[in-house]
Ligand binder design. Sequence first.
Ligand SMILES: C[S@@+](CC[C@H](N)C(=O)[O-])C[C@H]1O[C@@H](n2cnc3c(N)ncnc32)[C@H](O)[C@@H]1O
Length: 425
Amino acid sequence: MKNQILRCKCTDMSVDGLGICKVDKLVVFVKGMIVDEVADVKIIAEKKNYSIGIIDKLIEKSKYRIESDCPVSYKCGGCDFRYIDYDYQLILKKNILDNTFKDYKVKEFIKDDNPYYYRNKVQIPLKDNKMGFYRKFSNDIVEFDDCLIESKQANSIIFDLKQLLSNTQKQYIRHVLIKHSLKTNEIMIGFIVKSFDIVLDDVVSKLVNKYPNIKSIILNLNDKVTNVILGDKEKILYGNDYIYDEYDGIKVKISLKSFYQVNYNQMLKLYKLVKDLANLNSDMTVLDLYCGIGTISLYLSRYVKEVIGVEIVEQAIRNAKDNAIINNISNARFILADARKDMDLYLENKDLVVLDPPRKGISEQLINSLKKSNIKKIIYVSCNPATLNRDLKLLEDTYNIGEIHPVDLFPFTVHSECVVTLDRR
Ligand SMILES: C[S@@+](CC[C@H](N)C(=O)[O-])C[C@H]1O[C@@H](n2cnc3c(N)ncnc32)[C@H](O)[C@@H]1O
């Protein structure tokens, strides 16, 4: 019953990072509870097959519980695990992966040696003149001064924008998107607006005076009411429509709409893992599906005969083509196409396919094409264990599934990046 207090013991963690408790036949998901803890839990919502609760009084505390170092972590939806020791977070996340990949072996996490201020991309919604992150499972805005997982300069810019933007300007803005290349220190700011009528000259000049490393400020028009953040039309307010970053000696252009891995240091480990698992040689031709701005393609191109990258976002494929030219890489080509559709021709005469799809995973059509192709080896990179497991199950009659290698790309959150090799039977 709602508002009832139940004494519960936490026995597991859910894929959303909530503690799972069982009281008789009732399953209760409890925010902020850790495995082995006992608490008096207040039921705040009842669903058909489970209830949701919050800790009313902690009775037995986990030895891995730490004092949260963020004053808003108890309500902000950004960090799921701010109150758990970092090494233990990885143990819990591995258990969650073991539960998801029941038929496959999950290796230990590749951990982040410095899991603070790591995010190089921040998306801040604005509502009722407030700027902050959404509260978990809600559209309420939680304001913050110093987010411990975002780039420090992004924090500082958001702090300034709260003062610099008038309430009238704030009414026009739906989101502020900041990209901060951690190697080159270049910054891009995107204002996602309901109308191009907004005037931001004063704000732009104050920002670029204070932060000379801002190389791009862009207005992006999104006048549709959907969950998609970015619209199609853009206006440059300052500088270029891209910023540069650099990894492993490769310089890359990144546009507002282009994907770039959010954790730079872990991205380097992720790409090295892909390369090491791929067993590359100079005779190989690689197909990099879902290639973004070509980061994996360009990285692998040094070791193989040719790489072809496929990507659906126009800005990203333009970046990828430029990135090959900037780096004098002549054996990487990039094609604008939908990898969920017919890829049969692209799969012909390739030795290796790299898959790095968004959270929804790959399509049934692509799965069928892979099965009937001659592709010997696939490296699948995924940020969603559930869809990865689904796709592996569909592919396992044709491919031997290797071990799952988790990389902690998102410390202090429940999310995990996984890499797995598939070898044709
Ligand atoms: C997780 S990102 C990976 C990008 C790149 N491999 C990297 O490491 O930066 C997924 C990419 O797939 C692209 N994408 C999404 N749907 C696609 C589709 N149907 N066909 C091709 N690319 C798609 C996205 O735009 C995004 O760039």
